[in-house]
Design a protein. Structure first.
Length: 195
């Protein structure tokens, strides 16, 4: 997938003019790319649309107008754009009660190690690779950036709607599997196509 360039973005004045419509389009786009795994974990698969939106919102919130400032944001967010043959997602540990943060996060210690999270296409499991630096032995962040690297044969299987595709988590007592909807699947297949 092609990385974001400065020319892909609007300045904050132009963005403000189209923001309501653009925001709704991105929310609709994200809906089919958001996968819920039980009540406490969700994944949102990232692509150019989601990342451009995040950069535009950051520019708006922080009033970024200088190319060097904007390029710094682009450089950070481009790390979330998947490379060829990859799917990239942001994983959220969802905690709604502030007094439960420590307890809820504690049960996900070890999530970033080994084979707790996977994408399964047919009989093939692809385990998530987690960005480093978001978990330690005794603490874990509520936001993680992950990737799934798919071989060519798995990509072909994903395109075959007769072959089931699902995402699962097995972290201690927290175990959930979600079958990808056809809309989600089509959107992810587009991520894997050459730019």
């Amino acid at each position: 997938m092609e990385k974001i360039k400065l020319a892909d973005l609007l300045d904050i004045t132009e963005y403000e003019k189209i923001r309501p419509e653009s925001r709704q389009e991105v929310m609709d786009h994200k809906k089919i790319r958001r996968i819920q795994l039980g009540s406490e974990i969700s994944l949102t698969f990232e692509d150019r649309t989601t990342i451009i939106f995040q950069i535009q919102e950051m520019m708006r919130a922080e009033r970024l107008v200088h190319d060097s400032q904007i390029q710094a944001e682009i450089d950070v967010y481009n790390d979330l754009i998947p490379d060829q043959g990859e799917l990239s997602a942001t994983l959220f540990i969802e905690i709604t009660e502030s007094d439960q943060v420590k307890e809820k996060l504690h049960k996900f210690l070890g999530l970033t190690d080994g084979e707790s999270l996977w994408l399964q296409v047919g009989d093939t499991k692809i385990y998530a690779t987690f960005e480093e630096g978001r978990a330690e032995e005794d603490k874990i962040s509520s936001v993680h950036y992950i990737r799934f690297t798919l071989t060519k044969s798995v990509q072909e299987s994903l395109e075959n709607s007769a072959i089931e595709a699902k995402i699962g988590i097995d972290q201690g007592t927290y175990k959930y599997t979600t079958v990808l909807s056809s809309d989600s699947r089509k959107s992810l297949i587009n991520d894997l196509r050459p730019a």
